[in-house]
Design a protein around this ligand. Sequence first.
Ligand code: DGY
Length: 320
Amino acid sequence: MKPKIYITRKLPEEIVNYLQEHCDVKMWEKEDVPVPRNILEREIKDVDGLYCLLTENIDKSLLDQAKHLKIVSNMAVGYNNIDIKYASERGIKVTNTPEVLTETTADLTFALLMTTARRLVEVSEVVRNGEWKTWSPMAYTGQDIYGATLGIVGMGRIGEALAKRAKGFDMNILYYNRSRKIETENKLGVKYVDFESLLSESDFICIMTPYTHETRNLFGSREFSLMKPTAILINTARGGIVNEEALYQALIAKEIWAAGLDVFENEPVDTNHPLLKLSNVVSLPHVGSASIKTRIEMGILAATNLVEGVSGRVPPNQVN
Ligand code: DGY
């Protein structure tokens, strides 16, 4: 008998076909709507494996419903949506999808940095709305990227990939990380500084760290008050790392210059969210890894992890 699995979102056919070769598959058939919690609670009861997205909260009460579960395969590199500690206590493997999304996410992060610095969304609207009257010396001016100082918070794979892009713009690159990365410093010419120095010296601060108890609200009013009034904050990691109310206050008080946000504390973000009302905020719908190639690779990697896990083997990307 094939192991039973549940997939929490409609996946591309090639991934489902691969999973069907190895497993008895049930899938939530909608692409744009997450599986309702009550259905997930019912479906998880008798499966050996769960294939899920970052939109599902895999907490203790859900895991308590699952009596046979061997593996939770998350189609994301971040796994803050899963109660890892409890899954580990229960002997349930948890896997993620690292590496395949590194370059794509770094591309988007740098694109968001440039878009925010040069006000591209705002000024594009000026053209569309017929508000472009003339060329004038200081109209629509932004911040320079070339030669500026970039502060990277969290020097993991994506942080490194971002640093490589920044080198092409002759940026002075600072980083802060839990541990120093001497090899990365030698390879990329990046400089380790303490968190406060990074805040006060950087023109751009990119958040590239995982979301954990330690990084929750890492950026609050104290941190914004240390930043330059011309500084730009870019977050493509997780919304909860930034205290959104404090960010809003810092932006309207002009303590910092702008923010580019691909992620929010609650997603999808409410259209009435105060941050969305500010012209110096560029907001995106969590699309860091959203290239066709990368999303397919993430899907396949999550499927491989799942098949290995339900077959009793060690999956390639086990995180617990
Ligand atoms: C992740 O993988 O954690 C991203 O946020 C989505 O690709």
